[in-house]
Design a protein around this ligand. Structure first.
Ligand code: NDP
Length: 434
């Protein structure tokens, strides 16, 4: 706390991990005295840089770029870039710290990192977005590389932005290498990457329910967000026979009593990905739905998948979900539930899947994109989806191994934190004090 004033999100993430890791370290002497957790909470390197660009009126704009290279014990730094006005060092450090544990859980050789800018792509022309991305890469190129640091997309960054950044890197370096993931299919991207976080989250929920002898069929699902993660979580949940009742954006949420089926989801995808419109337009088209300001947690459902942003489900909302007999909450987004909300879920014995486990499918498939780039091969959908299913089931099993309580209840927070910690800690112990 003393070293990181004004970084509430980062402190929140560290506190959550430390609470479960410290008792484990106390019980396991080999992790004591090596200052492992102290070393893990300090990023290996943080780069902060100026991103100047010229808008369509010829006016110079300046944003801040950041890349936090958090931990490379298991492999090159890996984690997304976020373009959003709320981006700051605290948020990127929390995300980079979480990413280290998440990447460890995937069992792939990936270190942890995160980056981005306070640039807001909303309302900018295509040319402005391109000029910004080129300027961002004019500095970032010095710090990344296929064996060093391989960023990906996150909030505000899709195919368009990755394409512009990749093009600029190629121009500066005169090399065609897999230095970013989330690329377009025509130049080294992977099938299933867009779907992977949302699909992976639903695969994780399927495993949670299977352990209870249950399935997703006929369950009702409440989803927040209407972006990449939310869209594909909705698609897979519907495919598994569940009924998705809500989706949202930063203006509010829609509740569709008949469920958001494949056709309705296609409308949302076009609305958000192509026309870049607001979710409220859904109710103009579908009369079974209503639009509400705020967040969708007052809607009664069996499963909740918060998939928009951090701290979007608080204690009060958790209590409403519990009162409405929620069975499973799985985090599609990073840290969407506040610590108080998580505590309430755990106390009420609601099955709670933390983001570092439940949304690890995205980075896992990025790891598969890196493998394909290195092999100069493209795998088909079935192969990649099959690997994603296996990875999510393995992550679920790791959580059960380290998180199962005496009464049979699985504390997935504890399980994910310890399983993620052990692998990074063992690698750091082997590599000495570096
Ligand atoms: P997108 O940019 O595609 O979508 C984000 C969605 O969340 C949009 O609907 C957006 O609404 C909404 N949103 C963003 N900020 C806020 C806010 N402050 N309040 C309310 N709503 C908000 O992002 P992704 O779907 O890619 O990411 C969503 C979450 O999932 C993030 O936490 C991200 O870190 C996490 N994640 C993403 C992965 C991926 O592969 N994409 C991998 C692992 C985690 P609006 O349209 O109004 O902006």
């Amino acid at each position: 706390q003393r070293n990181n004033p004004n970084e509430p999100e980062f402190l929140q993430a560290v506190h959550e991990v430390a609470e479960t890791i410290l008792p484990y370290i106390d019980d396991n002497p080999k992790y004591q005295d090596k200052m492992l957790l102290e070393r893990m909470v300090e990023p290996e390197r943080t780069i902060i840089f100026r991103v100047p660009w010229v808008d369509d009126h010829g006016k110079i704009q300046v944003n801040r770029g950041i890349r936090v290279e958090f931990n490379s014990a298991l492999g090159p730094y890996k984690g997304g870039l976020r373009f959003h006005p709320t981006v700051n060092l605290s948020i990127l450090k929390f995300l980079g710290f979480e990413q280290t544990f998440k990447n460890s859980l995937t069992t792939l050789p990936l270190g942890g990192g995160k980056g981005g800018s306070d640039f807001d792509p909303k309302g900018k022309s295509d040319n402005e977005v391109m000029r910004f991305c080129q300027s961002f890469m004019n500095e970032l190129y010095r710090h990344i590389g296929e064996s060093t640091d391989i960023p990906a997309g996150d909030i505000g960054i899709g195919f368009r932005e990755i394409g512009y950044m990749f093009g600029q890197y190629k121009k500066i370096r005169n090399e065609f290498t897999g230095i970013l993931t989330g690329k377009g299919l025509s130049y080294g991207g992977s099938l299933i990457r867009p779907e992977s976080t949302g699909y992976g989250c639903v695969y994780f929920v399927r495993s949670m329910l299977a352990l209870q002898g249950d399935t997703m069929k006929d369950k009702t699902v409440s989803i927040s967000g209407a972006g990449n993660v939310a869209q594909y979580a909705c698609e897979k949940a519907t495919e598994f026979g569940a009924k998705v009742l809500t989706m949202s954006d930063s203006s509010g949420y829609i509740y569709d009593r008949d469920g958001i089926d494949a056709d309705k989801l296609a409308f949302i995808m076009d609305l958000k990905n192509v026309r870049r419109g607001r979710i409220s337009e859904y109710v103009d088209k579908y009369k079974t739905a209503t639009f509400h300001e705020g967040r969708p947690w007052s809607v009664k459902a069996d499963i909740a998948l918060p998939s928009a942003t951090q701290n979007e489900l608080n204690e009060e909302e958790a209590e409403i979900l519990i009162k409405n007999k929620i069975m499973v909450v799985a985090e599609g987004a990073n840290m969407p539930c506040t610590p108080e909300a998580i505590e309430a879920f755990q106390k009420a014995r609601v099955l709670f899947g933390p983001g570092k486990a439940a949304n690890a499918g995205g980075v896992a498939t990025s790891g598969l994109e890196m493998s394909q780039n290195a092999l100069k091969l493209s795998w088909d959908r079935e192969k990649i989806d099959g690997k994603l299913v296996t990875i999510m089931e393995d992550i679920h099993q790791s959580c059960v191994t380290y998180g199962k309580q005496e009464d049979g209840f699985v504390d997935y927070v504890k399980g994910a934190n310890i399983a993620g910690f052990v692998k990074v800690a063992d690698a750091m112990l082997s590599q000495g004090v570096v």
